[in-house]
Design a binder for this molecule. Structure first.
Ligand SMILES: *[C@@H]1O[C@H](CO)[C@@H](O)[C@H](O)[C@H]1NC(C)=O
Ligand SMILES: *[C@@H]1O[C@H](CO)[C@@H](O)[C@H](O)[C@H]1NC(C)=O
Ligand SMILES: *[C@@H]1O[C@H](CO)[C@@H](O)[C@H](O)[C@H]1NC(C)=O
Ligand SMILES: *[C@@H]1O[C@H](CO)[C@@H](O)[C@H](O)[C@H]1NC(C)=O
Ligand SMILES: *[C@@H]1O[C@H](CO)[C@@H](O)[C@H](O)[C@H]1NC(C)=O
Length: 334
């Protein structure tokens, strides 16, 4: 549950599918081009569509495109300000929604199917999107939170990682078990009042109460986004997440304390050795990754780790300029 991006409110809505938008190449760095990339899911032959948004010109020879993977249960919306990298550094940016989330295909009939909702179907989706956009010969990948799990999966498998040049793992963890441990540690550091409310309702089984949700939001102002006022893009992602919790529940489970779903036993402790591209690790001082990401630092051969001192989980809001500088410098230097 730790990498689970939000408290979902588990409302179920009908799946929505819209016609694929004609894909063309953007000429302006400011106006994004959106579209839907079709692909066939290999585990059951189902047709799916990936919603994507491109800032900048993918065919520009100037900079390698950057594919951005959102956090668990989130959507691309909260990452839109990364288009600053396009405006200021000419880096083409691709945002997309994982299937089951936001504007990509939803599969309500697969709710609870842990053989369907797996890390590998999401890595397959990412690989198919990269092929669809025609960037499989050269791209960089930045994953945030659960998006790093998909990135690690992709970059540690020789068959999938062709064309990947550089990797940025922003608030990653080396395993779900370590993530759960670190989440507990962070909880112990919360102000006593918040902690008591959380623990009280968890013990009483009243986690759907208003007071619990308020305490959860208060805790998120400590270790999720420390800004007093949360940006609109973040609220937009949260509102999408509250519409359909099926995929998140199946992937992460319903416990606010530990990861229970199909990713429960996910670990990069072995696969991280196989990441061959230069990798930048980022996190915030108040983040729940921290110690849970240390094994990645030791395992990945070409690695650099930077911790932002005044941030928790959403560095791009909490220390925006430093984040943009760090990412653009890492991507554009040789
Ligand atoms: C669950 O997903 C797997 C993999 O896609 C599929 O083979 C299986 O038929 C699904 N189970 C159900 C009950 O739909
Ligand atoms: C939990 O239940 C006990 C016993 O009913 C009650 O005294 C306590 O206030 C409850 N805790 C919370 C946080 O609601
Ligand atoms: C740290 O972040 C907080 C909350 O976002 C902000 O109010 C404060 O000014 C920041 N401190 C520094 C030194 O940047
Ligand atoms: C994770 O491992 C435990 C212990 O081996 C097992 O009981 C559980 O079913 C596994 N969970 C998943 C989703 O594979
Ligand atoms: C790492 O890569 C090697 C060679 O490409 C492969 O044989 C091995 O199975 C991979 N290990 C893991 C844990 O993926």
């Amino acid at each position: 549950m730790v990498l689970y991006f939000v408290i979902a409110f588990y409302l179920r809505v009908l799946s929505f599918r819209t016609q694929a938008v004609q894909f063309s190449i953007s000429t302006s760095s400011l106006t994004p081009i959106s579209g839907k990339a079709p692909f066939t899911i290999s585990s059951n032959g189902a047709l799916a569509e990936t919603f994507f948004m491109v800032f900048g010109d993918l065919r520009s020879a100037e900079q390698v495109p950057l594919v951005v993977g959102h956090g668990g249960g989130g959507t691309h919306h909260y990452l839109k300000s990364l288009s600053q990298l396009t405006e200021e550094n000419s880096i083409p940016i691709i945002l997309y929604d994982q299937i089951g989330f936001g504007l990509s295909s939803h599969f309500p009939e697969q709710a609870g199917n842990t053989s369907f909702w797996t890390v590998s179907v999401l890595a397959e989706q990412l690989h198919e999107l990269i092929k669809y956009l025609g960037i499989e010969k050269g791209y960089n990948y930045l994953g945030h939170s659960f998006g790093t799990v998909i990135g690690i999966e992709l970059s540690s498998q020789p068959a999938l990682r062709t064309g990947l040049r550089k990797l940025i793992l922003w608030s990653p963890v080396a395993s779900m078990k370590l993530a759960d441990e670190m989440f507990q540690k962070r909880r112990e550091m919360l102000p006593k009042g918040i902690r008591k409310k959380l623990e009280g309702h968890e013990a009483n089984g009243t986690t759907d109460s208003k007071e619990y949700k308020q305490a959860m939001t208060a805790s998120q102002h400590h270790n999720f986004c420390r800004l007093e006022v949360w940006p609109d893009e973040l609220l937009e992602s949260l509102s999408y997440s509250s519409k359909d919790g099926d995929a998140a529940l199946t992937l992460f489970g319903d416990s606010p304390l530990e990861t229970k779903g199909s990713v429960q036993n996910w670990s990069a402790l072995k696969t991280a050795y196989n990441i061959t591209v230069p990798t930048l690790l980022l996190n915030g001082h108040y983040d729940w990754s921290d110690e849970a990401m240390t094994p990645l630092f030791w395992a990945i051969p070409f690695v650099r780790w930077v911790t932002f001192s005044n941030s928790s989980h959403l560095l791009h809001f909490e220390e925006k300029e430093r984040f943009m500088n760090m990412v653009s410098t890492w991507l554009t230097r040789d």
